[in-house]
Design a protein around this ligand. Structure first.
Ligand SMILES: Nc1ncnc2c1ncn2[C@@H]1O[C@H](COP(=O)(O)OP(=O)(O)OP(=O)(O)O)[C@@H](O)[C@H]1O
Ligand SMILES: [Mg+2]
Length: 248
């Protein structure tokens, strides 16, 4: 299990990201992947999921906005995807009500009790299925029914403890409003303080091109580059190169 002296690494399988992180995420980490719409949060999460399942980690991908069928229809585009990962249960896509076996629930929690039930159902599912990687895409969308930000933070604290205890590694997608003036808006939130790691995806205008960028703002338990990188979303996965190459 997780050893505090020298934390075992969970290689994301995304080559450029693992080299930024010196091998991967410390096992048991809860990492926020954040950014405005269209920057590649789902692409990065899908690659983390598919590569992980391919490497033998049972992976649960919880969707809260897109229907699992829609994501399933997009995964064969990746040349590292294998159908047997789904057939053999190494990779599972699921919505919140299915996880909770709650036919009456409409997509996402609507009260504090729902949030507690979600946490308990997730904990059970991880134990029963030996889940090693968890993705929630998106975490923020689970809380559309709440004005009280405390609920999302409480669940984040519960998840953080649960994930660490179980030796699972998680990527939670945190949306940033398109109107936000800065890619780094999330860093001012309590969510980013609670998380073990924060990866910010953003946009960068270079002459007539709008580039996508990636920056690891923090990753507890490992030293890493904090530079900004350019990312390319391709069928071979997320390609990562330094932003400054060729002039910014
Ligand atoms: N394999 C790929 N090859 C080329 N372009 C891609 C690929 N995957 C995604 N894209 C492009 O990137 C866009 C955004 O990707 P993605 O859905 O990962 O972003 P997102 O941050 O999750 O967006 P949202 O906030 O809307 O959920 C897609 O609309 C598509 O145009
Ligand atoms: Mg998305």
């Amino acid at each position: 299990m997780v050893n505090n002296q020298e934390r075992e690494k969970c290689a994301s399988g995304i080559e450029g990201l693992d080299s930024i992180l010196g091998g991967g995420f410390p096992v048991g980490s809860m990492v926020l992947v954040t950014g405005v719409p269209g920057v590649g949060k789902t692409s990065l999460s899908l690659e983390f999921a598919i590569r992980g399942a391919g490497a033998g980690d049972r992976t649960l991908y919880i969707t809260t906005i897109e229907r699992p069928e829609k994501l399933l229809a997009s995964v064969p585009e990746f040349d590292f995807f294998r159908q047997d990962l789904l057939d053999e249960g190494m990779l599972t896509f699921m919505e919140v009500p299915e996880l909770m076996d709650a036919v009456s629930m409409r997509g996402r929690p609507e009260c504090r009790e729902d949030v507690l039930r979600f946490s308990e159902a997730l904990s059970r599912y991880i134990d029963d299925n030996g889940v090693r990687r968890l993705i929630i895409d998106s975490y923020s969308a689970m809380f559309h029914a709440f004005d009280d930000h405390g609920v999302s933070r409480d669940l984040l604290l519960m998840l953080s403890e649960m994930i660490y205890r179980k030796g699972c590694t998680a990527m939670l997608v945190a949306d940033v409003e398109p109107s936000s003036t800065s890619d780094l808006a999330i860093t001012a939130t309590m969510e980013s303080i609670i998380a073990d790691g924060v990866i910010v995806l953003g946009n960068h205008q270079r002459r007539s091109d709008l580039l996508r960028t990636l920056q690891v703002l923090k990753m507890k338990g490992t030293s890493h580059s904090r530079s900004k990188y350019v990312i390319d979303l391709t069928s071979s996965g997320v390609l990562i190169t330094p932003l400054l190459r060729g002039g910014a």
